[in-house]
Design a protein around this ligand. Structure first.
Ligand SMILES: Cc1cc2nc3c(=O)[nH]c(=O)nc-3n(C[C@H](O)[C@H](O)[C@H](O)COP(=O)(O)O)c2cc1C
Length: 142
């Protein structure tokens, strides 16, 4: 079965809500989904993935440092050609997801544009947009 791996960091839970909705959307399309918080993730988690979605909020005009460290390590993994996506919650400027998206693109991944950013806590509409991203990711790897 095609597999989507979702790895995310979150300080206050907002990016976590996005990750959960992406998971729901992908599962509704019948693909296998592995979801991990960054503290539980290892770079090897992406090896059997067909698609990789990385979530990071924006802090100090950047992505979370542990997310950046993790994504750097993917450069040595066989991710070229895999489907990718970056997403995350933000407050006012929202650079985090874009930084991750650019890193994934630099590895030759097929990254969905634009990255998905939601201001603060996702409401119903934002959650639905996240579910749609999950469905899109699933449909790309089926
Ligand atoms: C110390 C701190 C710095 C922040 N810096 C930024 C920033 O530079 N740009 C921005 O868009 N949001 C910034 N934010 C807002 C967060 O991105 C926002 O609260 C987001 O919803 C947090 O997501 P999370 O719950 O997944 O951690 C900052 C928040 C804090 C607490």
């Amino acid at each position: 079965m095609p597999r989507l791996v979702i790895i995310y960091g979150t300080g206050f839970g907002n990016t976590g809500i996005m990750a959960k909705a992406i998971e729901e959307g992908a599962k509704s399309r019948g693909v296998d989904v592995v979801m991990k918080k960054i503290l539980d993730a290892v770079p090897e988690d992406v090896e059997n993935a067909d698609a990789i979605a990385i979530g990071t909020p924006t802090y100090k005009a950047a992505a979370m440092p542990n997310i950046i460290n993790f994504v750097k390590k993917l450069a040595d993994k066989p991710v070229k050609g895999k489907v990718g996506a970056a997403f995350g919650s933000y407050g006012w400027s929202g650079e985090g997801a874009g930084i991750v998206s650019d890193m994934l693109k630099s590895y030759g991944m097929d990254v969905i544009d634009p990255d998905l950013r939601i201001k603060r806590t996702p409401e119903d509409e934002g959650i639905e947009v996240c579910r749609e991203l999950g469905k899109l990711l699933a449909d790309r790897i089926k």
